[in-house]
Design a protein around this ligand. Structure first.
Ligand code: MG
Ligand code: ZN
Length: 221
């Protein structure tokens, strides 16, 4: 009986995710699920990404995942794009976003006017990787101060993502981190994953990241 219950919950979760994906497809939305540990730079990445896409004529929206606060949504307010806060606390305080929560957030957006939807997941390198939300692509942000070993310690996250952004490259001269080892550890967990070194702070690599997004959206699926 126990196993049956778990399976039902997962089936329910995947069903909601498929419904989300159908909405994205119907409205021509390209949805990107951005995951990482806390403090790796997801929100700053969005602060740099969205103006670059807006400049090129694309409209963006964000679903901000958090357990309880609206701090990141407030940081995105000056961008003047739709941002929906998805807090898990009223639903039990999950440490990851669920497809049902994304579905509820989608109801608050005008889907017909969105080209790129960014879903900033809750800062957590573990379970967000387990839950499909309906997204077109999954991106993990790994920042240099986290250390070279993280892909080996949290392999599922790296296995489940299409792209790894190595963020905070501007700190490389000040850290005893071996960037090449970090990259090879990422590839050890997933031979297919693309890796882009960036600094959301200085703008290094952001152009390549935008190009990756545009190319991925062009190819879809
Ligand atoms: Mg954030
Ligand atoms: Zn979780």
């Amino acid at each position: 009986m126990e196993i049956r219950v778990v399976r039902d919950v997962l089936e329910e979760s995947n069903l909601r995710a498929q419904e989300n994906r159908a909405l994205f497809d119907m409205h021509g939305i390209f949805a990107v699920n951005i995951m990482s540990s806390p403090g790796s730079g997801k929100t700053m990445l969005l602060q740099k990404t969205i103006p670059a896409l807006t400049e090129r004529g694309f409209s963006c929206a964000v679903i901000e995942g958090d357990i309880t606060s609206t701090i990141d949504s407030e940081r995105l307010q000056p961008l003047g794009i739709p941002v929906v806060q998805a807090n898990t606390e009223p639903f039990g305080g999950d440490c990851h976003l669920g497809s049902h929560l994304v579905q509820a957030a989608l109801k608050q957006l005008d889907l017909s006017s969105i080209d790129f939807l960014f879903i900033e997941n809750i800062g957590n390198l573990v379970c967000p990787a387990e839950f499909y939300l309906g997204e077109n692509r999954r991106v993990v942000v790994l920042s240099l101060p986290e250390g070279e070993d993280k892909p080996l310690k949290y392999p599922l996250m790296f296995r489940e993502c299409n792209l790894c952004l190595l963020n905070k490259m501007d700190l490389a001269p000040y850290l005893e981190v071996d960037v090449e080892l970090m990259k090879s550890n990422v590839h050890k967990t997933n031979g297919q994953i693309a890796i882009l070194p960036i600094s959301a702070k200085t703008g290094e690599g952001v152009g390549e990241w935008i190009a990756w997004l545009l190319h991925a959206r062009g190819g879809q699926s």
